[in-house]
Design a protein around this ligand. Sequence first.
Ligand SMILES: NC(=O)N[C@@H](CC(=O)O)C(=O)O
Ligand SMILES: [Zn+2]
Length: 423
Amino acid sequence: MTAYVMKGVSLLGAAPRDLVVRDGRIADEPPGAGAEVIDAAGLVALPGLVDLHTHLREPGREDAETVETGSRAAAAGGYTAVCAMANTSPVADTAGVVEQVWRLGREAGLVDVQPIGAVTVGLAGRQLAELGAMATSAAQVRIFSDDGHCVADPRLMRRALEYVKAFDGVIAQHAEEPRLTEGAQMHEGEVSTRLGLTGWPAVAEEAIIARDVLLAEHVGSRLHVCHVSTAGSVEVLRQAKARGVRVTAEVTPHHLLLTDELATSYDPVYKVNPPLRTASDVRALRQALIDGVIDVVATDHAPHAVEDKECEWAYARPGMVGLETALPVVLSVLGEQWELIAERMSRAPARIAGLAGHGGDLAAAGSPATLTLVDPAARRTVDPSDLVSRSRNTPYAGTTLPGRIVATFLRGEPTVLDGKVVR
Ligand SMILES: NC(=O)N[C@@H](CC(=O)O)C(=O)O
Ligand SMILES: [Zn+2]
């Protein structure tokens, strides 16, 4: 195994030093002859990023993304682990499907692909899927989600929370009261009124989060809230956390940066679920991320084929790709707060997903060399045709963002060097 020495690298913004990688780990002895030298002057090393919410589309929509192409996009974005959402076709609601995704991830070998299992059979919200069989499968599923759909039935949600408590699993909820979002096309507010589009009200998210934190408190189980998008949701979470409820939450890069005003273009690239909200929601989400009311930035990378996006707004699928722009967007929002970025994009998601070997301390000799090197001084104008992902539905085309991922290492092996995916 090749040894590496990263010359003049800054660990989370600290003074420059040399970082030696040997036998897959951070070493505190000299690299020895034959080590590859990486000129890392001006670069910042972060623990490899971990995404709790990635749609890899395999099995079923390999024309939009595969485990392999999504893994490549993840590595290019500085990720070393991704949690693959269950809304594939067939749905990841059996041990067989989660094992298939897990095995495809291992074969691609670029990031650790941790499958998420469905909560209910076929995401239909009627009966619990075989959570135990998925947990004890080779994929060792710990996170369950019907993402794309809400587990709307409170009795099923309660039973799911009870079931996973035995193995310290977590239910990740897509919080959307379906009766309040029938026919919804965008955020319900001033802009939707102006455009005459059916609105998706903030309360449809907030009502489910309020219910679910109470259920999680009652059961004493772990709840994770996917893609929090409103200021009101932040307040519900703040109160629940203050009471000691075992709840964690994520926000997407796009909800930290973009607003519902973009819908005035009628360009479906801005159509996403939950929808882009208002500027005051964006402000509340940023503050919650800084405060820790929101634990994690998760991409909700949602690749879609051209025919599903380049059509009329009403017919377009919701979702945007995000793996390759997540860190640049977060840098543009938070600035170079490296400790905070490492916590919200690597350590906290690794803890929530139970991914040992991710979110480690790069200053500690013996830690896995699972890391990413970022050039914070570089700026990049996003060109959809440059994306590594198989899909092109980025809302940032033509936008200039700070930060470039120069290299990514998974257990001492480079997956990205000089900004290019190695394999
Ligand atoms: N976020 C989206 O707009 N779409 C996701 C599903 C989801 O995360 O709800 C998808 O699978 O395309
Ligand atoms: Zn969702």
